[in-house]
Ligand binder design. Structure first.
Ligand SMILES: O=C(O)CCC(=O)C(=O)O
Length: 250
């Protein structure tokens, strides 16, 4: 099932959609167990924010990034030509003060135009207690000036933070998700997440997609060039070169 007309309209207005079912219980458990194995091998410290682009090495991450149900949703929102820009696990262990400060994704990604879309796949159940993703609805029009966070524990790579008024903070939407569901957010929407106050892990896999007319003008915030891979449709521009698929697509 792709997203409905109404959800597509809501995405245009609000910059996000949440609660989209992707995996049934068995499939969600399967991916959770594969992440548990990865965590046992790599350790919690690394799993927190250090697993970037593991779709290039781990078949289950590739499977999620190319999940037909997720791609159907992305296609409905950005059209038939889809490149996978990156994947990144965001994993918060609790109880801890680590949080993700308010920010916009495309700010430091060096993309022109600054267009990208993220599907956030819930590996674990994600709720207000364990620090689910939150967005400020309708803030996906234009890049805001970012400063540095003055709070300890910001998980973002360069401690970036966009200032947000109390009023905006109060109207934030919480993305409460069951494992196996996704939310989708616009690359320019202001979003973040609060600390995990529970003893449950909160792991989400972010899947970043772009249409082929987007270019990389400068290095991204992690000082790397993106390795964008064509997943659906055609790439006439070849702005990212031709990166081969690491595994066959199912
Ligand atoms: O998972 C989170 O808490 C934040 C995710 C995020 O910042 C992102 O998708 O860019």
């Amino acid at each position: 099932m792709s997203i409905t007309e109404q959800q597509a309209k809501a995405y245009e207005t609000d910059g996000y959609i949440t609660g989209i079912p992707i995996s049934g219980e068995a499939e969600a458990l399967h991916y959770r167990e594969l992440f548990d194995e990865l965590e046992a091998r790599e350790g919690r410290e690394k799993c927190q924010m250090g697993l970037l682009d593991w779709h290039l090495d781990q078949e289950f991450v590739w499977e999620l990034a190319t999940h037909p149900k997720i791609l159907d949703c992305i296609e409905r929102l950005i059209g038939p030509d889809i490149l996978l820009l990156a994947t990144h696990f965001f994993c918060k262990y609790g109880p801890q003060e680590k949080f993700v400060a308010w920010h916009q994704d495309v700010t430091y990604w060096g993309l022109e135009p600054p267009e990208a879309i993220t599907a956030w796949y819930a590996i674990d159940d994600s709720d207000c207690e364990n620090g689910c993703m939150r967005v400020i609805p309708g803030t996906h029009h234009g890049i805001q000036e970012h400063g540095k966070s003055n709070k300890e524990g910001n998980l973002l790579s360069i401690n970036q933070e966009v200032p947000v008024s109390e009023e905006d903070e109060q109207r934030a939407a919480d993305f409460v998700l069951k494992a196996g569901e996704i939310s989708i957010h616009h690359g320019q929407i202001i979003h973040g997440s609060l600390p995990n106050r529970s003893t449950r892990r909160r792991c989400g896999l972010t899947l970043r997609y772009v249409p082929p007319w987007v270019k990389q003008l400068e290095r991204n915030s992690m000082r790397r060039m993106w390795k964008a891979i064509l997943l659906r449709g055609e790439d006439r521009e070849k702005n990212f070169g031709e990166i081969p698929m690491p595994f066959p697509m199912k």
